[in-house]
Write a protein that binds this ligand. Structure first.
Ligand code: F0G
Length: 475
């Protein structure tokens, strides 16, 4: 059955070796796997699925499964980031800190396409919420922790709207050699993310203020105490995040999409993605560049204003710093602060602004903005198409819908949206949207402008009465 190197045979797997069996020794009744039974029809006890192992096709040794997938213990195949180490060759393989990040899902999303006004087979979703800490951040954090080890860092710190803190906390916990501190705005981060960071045992400092306050402070803390900075200011993080694009290209059988759509917050991803494509293009590994569409929230629209209203651009590396400073000054004078249900991207002063402008120039990219309502409606459609995402990620599909309506994106172009975070990162907002339940909405969301749309999937309350339950199911 196995070859000389122990490889698995190509014999088809036999499914006729499986059957159902009652767990009750006095009964032991057997049934076909094709029967939908759920309990033993003879005695009412539980059923097992059993196999006739003598007739099944098994490898000789469990190790033979390595031939089928990545090699455990080898970071260069185990990780969806380091499998592309040739494209981020800054650290020797033995230094790599990995938890097997980047093994994410690329899906042709035909069930979501109509909502995005795209034709069948033209919308693709890259589910980065499938990472170990539930967001794309792990792609960057494996690279940053690897670099931190390389330079002998003894502590790490970050500011966060939630996901960075969860990811930093997870890597610090797994690695065990670089304890971490995270700064979060008090009451500003979604519960899923807060829960993770607390569970991973990180030292969490809740600063009175928002993300921008934390970002300003974390830079001071890092330089004052000499602590390694894990925010996307750190260029090594962005190297890891480039691999999200390699996986999109891999998903398209080594072709590039026409559009790459990403939510914009601190603008690390958009910066990394532009760099990824530029490098591949310069190396002759891709023949054309996709266009980047960065989608921001109406309530956190710094990038939109800077690009579409102020008309600021990369300008070959000579960005007009004075105009950016004047823009921020005006923002402060008006007391304008970011506010959106997509708390992950509730950011006023994105630190990677200039690199993002560079990516926009390299890719002929653009910036669009969407409302909280559009974000949550798109999120419901993404969820109903399978897997799901957190609000910030859904800005992508909402953005595609808007850009389709404007005719900027054609219905037959190939569009890949990066879904940056897992749906369970922010369960409160999802329950609030579907139920408009006041408890779920709570104080946190009370002042946001969204309502339960027709896309809401309302639970049906019903008494404990079989007729009424059946009526609720059938009506
Ligand atoms: N989507 C999610 C789920 C995020 O957590 C973030 C950023 C973004 C999008 C924006 O990405 O910064 O590369 O433009 N979250 C950061 C954090 C700021 O602290 O977790 P970006």
């Amino acid at each position: 059955m196995t070859g000389p190197k122990g490889s698995l045979t190509v014999e088809p797997i036999r499914t006729d070796v499986a059957y159902q069996e009652c767990i009750n020794a006095d009964c032991g009744a057997r049934f076909d796997v094709g029967e939908p039974l759920f309990e033993c029809p003879r005695c009412g006890d539980l059923l097992d699925v059993r196999y006739d192992w003598d007739r099944a096709v098994l490898p000789r040794r469990l190790e033979d499964f390595e031939e089928k997938w990545s090699v455990p213990g080898d970071p260069l195949t185990f990780s969806g980031v380091w499998q592309y180490h040739e494209l981020l060759p800054f650290a020797p393989p033995q230094h790599v800190v990995t938890v097997g990040e980047g093994k994410t899902v690329f899906q042709q999303a035909d069930r979501v396409a109509p909502y995005a006004r795209m034709n069948r087979g033209r919308l693709f979703l890259q589910y980065e919420g499938m990472n170990p800490s539930g967001s794309f951040k792990d792609n960057g954090m494996t690279a940053a922790f690897t670099h931190a080890r390389l330079v002998g860092a003894t502590r790490a710190v970050c500011a966060s709207t939630g996901n960075t803190s969860a990811s930093v906390a997870m890597y610090a916990a797994v690695d065990g050699r670089i304890p971490a501190i995270v700064l979060v705005g008090s009451g500003r981060i979604a519960y899923g993310k807060l829960a993770q960071a607390l569970d991973y045992g990180v030292r969490m400092v809740e600063v009175q203020g928002d993300f921008d306050t934390c970002m300003r402070r974390v830079k001071q803390v890092a330089s004052e105490l000499g602590i390694y900075l894990m925010n996307s200011l750190n260029p090594f993080r962005l190297e890891g995040q480039k691999t999200i694009m390699y996986r999109v290209i891999e998903g398209l059988l080594w072709d590039v999409p026409d559009w790459l759509v990403v939510p914009g917050g601190n603008l690390g991803n958009s910066s990394a993605f532009g760099k990824a494509f530029k490098e591949l293009h310069e190396a002759g590994l891709i023949r054309r560049m996709p266009r980047l569409a960065v989608i921001v929230a109406d309530g956190a629209d710094t990038l939109y204003r800077i690009v579409n209203e102020e008309r600021l651009a990369w300008n070959g590396g000579r960005v007009d710093d004075d105009r950016i400073a004047a823009f921020y000054k005006q923002m402060d004078r008006e007391g304008r602060r970011a506010r959106t249900v997509a708390s992950a991207i509730e950011i006023n002063r994105p630190v990677n602004l200039k690199k993002c402008l560079r990516s926009l120039e390299w890719t002929g990219g653009l910036v669009e903005k969407v409302s909280d309502q559009e974000i949550l409606d798109a999120k419901a459609h993404i969820g109903a198409g399978g897997f799901g995402c957190e609000p910030a990620s859904a800005a992508t599909v909402a953005g595609v819908r808007k850009l389709r309506q404007a005719g900027t994106i054609g219905p037959d172009e190939r569009v890949a949206c990066v879904l940056t975070g897992h749906p369970l990162k922010d369960p409160n907002i999802t329950v609030a949207y579907h139920t408009m339940d006041e408890q779920a909405i709570g104080e946190k969301y009370a002042d946001y402008s969204f309502y339960a749309a027709p896309h809401a999937n309302r639970p049906i309350p019903v008494e404990d009465d079989l007729d009424k339950i059946i009526h609720a199911i059938q009506s």
